[in-house]
Ligand binder design. Structure first.
Ligand SMILES: [Zn+2]
Length: 338
């Protein structure tokens, strides 16, 4: 089969790779329907994470089951399936507590920009749809496997409630999906922080009521001004930089909550400031598996259309261009078709 391999920052190659095979009785092999490039793939691409040796890339997937291990009974060959970027058995204590992305048997997916993918913990990880959904739904279902699930977690962790005010820091695919989530959870006012016009337009389409273009201290000051000097009930931090985290914490009201889902890079939190702010803080890799049945339903009924975050579609063999376009911010998110 063929797949994307990173060799060094900026060096993504499309190569012939060994076909994956069942290694454990809990594995499944899927044939990729569509996959994509994640904002977090840009960390190694930009050299913000080291690449010590060449390795495959990609952790978002929807596909057709090809083969299952002897202990996998939940899905069958031929079914269309969606799973999380973090695999989970769905039976351990952490899974039962609602945190499958901290499963005791967790394995992170890392080989999905390829024709075929081995899915560990397939029994607990994969969710099959009733029949094969129309191709028009594939981008939305693919988004559910990571960015939509992560946006949902940001809103969940920030405790967005009906009638509340939510701020979304970050206008990447996750931030835009976080706007969808805040809207679905009933936020009355959704303030998206973005300085890019096409992204502002999509944020508004997804439910944003206000756009703030300022960043850092000025951004937080602008949020205070829009919230009667108090701050927002919920802030959804979808970037992962020190500046974004500081801005998020300073945009929440006393008693408000920050949900942080951007993978932190060099983020340090001032304990004194957090203590005196009365702001609640929760984040981590999204428990996507917990949300899958609900989010799949919302996509298939048309309640949400997170597939709109894909503004560039390329054949899988042009994956390198897919990274480049996102790195140069010519694309929000690249969909790849095998
Ligand atoms: Zn588990």
């Amino acid at each position: 089969m063929r797949g994307a391999v990173i060799h060094a920052p900026g060096d993504i190659r499309f190569e012939t790779l060994d076909d994956p095979r069942i290694l454990h009785p809990t594995d499944a092999i899927i044939r990729t329907a569509v996959t994509c490039v994640c904002g977090s793939d840009l960390w190694p691409y930009r050299g913000a994470e080291p690449t010590d040796a060449p390795h495959p890339m990609g952790h978002e997937y929807v596909g057709f089951v090809e083969e299952v291990g002897s202990q996998v009974t939940a899905v069958k060959p031929g079914q269309f399936v969606i799973g999380s970027f973090a695999t989970s058995d769905n039976t351990c204590a952490n899974c039962r507590n609602g945190f499958p992305s901290n499963c005791l048997n967790r394995e992170f997916m890392s080989t999905c920009q390829a024709d075929y993918v081995r899915i560990p913990n397939a029994q607990g990880t994969l969710v099959a749809t009733d029949g094969v959904p129309g191709e028009e739904f594939w981008p939305g279902l693919l988004a559910v496997s990571d960015v939509m699930g992560t946006g949902w977690w940001a809103a969940d962790a920030a405790e967005v409630k009906p009638g509340s005010t939510a701020v979304v820091v970050g206008d990447g695919a996750v931030g835009l999906c976080a706007v969808i989530a805040a809207k679905q959870m009933g936020a009355e006012r959704i303030i998206a922080m973005s300085r890019h016009e096409p992204r502002q337009a999509l944020a508004r389409e997804f439910g944003a009521t206000d756009i703030v273009t300022e960043r850092g201290e000025q951004g937080a000051a602008q949020i205070k001004e829009l919230t009667a000097g108090i701050g927002a009930d919920s802030v959804l931090e979808c970037v992962g930089t020190p500046e974004a985290m500081r801005q998020a914490l300073r945009s929440a009201r006393p008693g408000g909550n920050v949900g942080f889902v951007g993978v932190p890079h060099d983020v340090a939190i001032d304990g004194q400031e957090l203590f005196f702010s009365h702001v609640g803080l929760r984040g981590g890799p999204a428990p996507v598996r917990r949300y899958l049945p609900d989010l799949i339903e919302r996509v298939l009924t048309g309640a949400i259309d997170p597939g709109k975050v894909f503004d560039l579609t390329l054949p899988l063999d042009q994956v390198a261009e897919g990274y480049k376009a996102m790195d140069e911010r010519r694309a929000i998110k690249t969909l790849l078709k095998p």
